[in-house]
Design a binder for this molecule. Structure first.
Ligand SMILES: *Cc1c(COP(=O)(O)O)cnc(C)c1O
Length: 419
């Protein structure tokens, strides 16, 4: 829990916009997962893309987490933060030869393979390096995760993974190769999943394949059941972790595989907030806008997915508010507003048509549940600098990323064209 008092204090000290994370809350989420799966050998490979701040990763490493990485730089972040290499896995549909080579050099647990072509590339690169490539194949079970189309990944029309038959052929090929060592199987059907049924259906399909492989004497060690567990942004009903774990164990049907889980959002989402200041309000005929100093470059989810985040308001300025005479009798109207950023895009909003008491310059607007896919998706659009990040650990604050300045913004650019 981050209290209003500490929000006000941190806003003064570090300025806004600012991300604040509750690391103790993050730890509790990790422990929840561990408890749910404690009956089994399991590894929690946190999905770095949800939030890849190094301090966060090193905190998770101390809680025995590994990392699920979707780029070679995420692999390097995980290692840098102290995650052991035997708990790091590398997924993604488009790994270049250089990426594969580096992953093999870094000797991580395994590479999640997403196509036949990739399997062949890995084999030939491993051969040239005289190395044994540990792999897992990402199966696309063709099950509808019933989530936003942009974050659905387990349907045959999605670019991810390979179908069951192709996967089987790839395992047989890998098993016969001198340089490929198939040790795992993987699925991940989407993100912000609120009903565990599609996950269980996928697990059953994938486990069928594991039995089929066993009959061919291909003996896998790991089943990687992906991430995707949804969280509460507003009033969503979410999946109960314990019954989720029980469902998976039941589907395993006695198979002795180590379970890998790859949660991202579930670990950090509800444990981060984005705080910002009201710059001013603006009335456009029949619309009220609350313009704040955070924008879509700080938190892209509303613009990208039409995502809804709860918004809280802390009144700082106690002056009486001047409401234009014209609006005074339209009570409903002055209680509803769009919360928008300063960026030159109509898609630049943080919330639409929400109830919000009249605000004044300097008041704080808190955007809740912004810990996942918040800072990690932020950009420098409109030449805005990326904001700072603060962690609260056991009641103490720690700056875990400095606010960027103008020099940071232009550091890699050539200022003059020459003669
Ligand atoms: C994004 C991703 C995850 C994490 O998804 P969450 O919804 O944040 O839990 C896990 N595994 C893979 C392969 C991913 O791409």
């Amino acid at each position: 829990m981050i209290t209003n008092d500490s929000i006000i204090k941190l806003a003064e000290k570090y300025n806004t916009p600012l991300y604040i994370y509750d690391f103790n809350g993050i730890k509790n989420r990790v422990l929840e997962f561990k408890k749910a799966f404690k009956a089994r050998k399991s590894i929690l490979c946190y999905a770095l893309k949800a939030n890849s701040n190094l301090s966060l990763l090193s905190y998770l490493a101390k809680l025995d987490c590994g990392g699920d990485c979707v780029s070679i730089n995420e692999v390097k972040r995980a290692l840098k933060a102290g995650m052991p290499k035997y708990k790091i896995i590398y997924s993604g549909v488009g790994k270049t030869d250089d990426d594969i080579k580096e992953a093999l050099e870094l000797d991580i647990l395994f590479i999640n393979v997403e196509s036949k072509m990739e399997l062949l590339r890995i084999e030939s690169i491993a051969e040239s390096m005289k190395k044994d490539a540990r792999i897992s194949i990402r199966v696309n079970p063709d099950v509808d995760a019933k989530t936003h189309p942009y974050i659905s990944t387990g349907l045959k029309e999605n670019k991810f993974g390979v179908d069951m038959d192709t996967a089987k052929a790839m395992y047989i090929y890998a098993n016969n190769s001198k340089y490929l060592n198939p040790i795992g199987i993987h699925f991940h059907i989407g993100s912000q999943i609120l009903d565990s049924t599609p996950i269980m259906q996928s697990a059953e399909k994938v486990i069928d394949l594991v039995f089929g492989l066993l009959a061919l004497k291909i003996d896998l060690k790991f089943i990687d059941i992906g991430g995707g567990i949804g969280i509460k942004y507003e009033n969503e009903q979410t999946i109960d972790l314990y019954s989720y774990a029980q469902g998976i164990l039941k589907a395993l049907n006695g198979l002795d595989l180590s379970i890998i889980v790859e949660p991202g959002r579930y670990i950090v989402g509800n444990n981060g907030i984005l705080i910002s200041k009201v710059i001013y309000e603006k009335y456009n005929k029949n619309k009220r806008f609350c313009i704040i100093d955070a924008a879509m470059n700080d938190l892209l989810r509303p613009a990208l997915y039409n995502a809804k985040h709860s918004i809280k308001h802390i009144s700082i300025n106690k002056n009486t508010i001047e409401i234009p005479q014209l609006l005074k009798d339209k009570n409903d109207f002055i209680n509803k507003a769009d919360v928008v950023g300063p960026i030159c895009e109509s898609g630049d909003y943080l919330a639409k048509d929400i109830s919000l008491p009249p605000t004044q310059s300097g008041d704080l607007i808190i955007i809740e549940s912004a810990g996942a896919y918040g800072f990690s998706m932020s950009s420098n659009y409109n030449s805005r600098t990326k904001c700072a990040e603060v962690a609260i650990i056991d009641g103490k604050e720690k700056l875990i990323r400095k606010r960027e300045n103008f020099e940071d913004l232009i550091a890699n650019e050539e200022p003059f064209l020459g003669e």
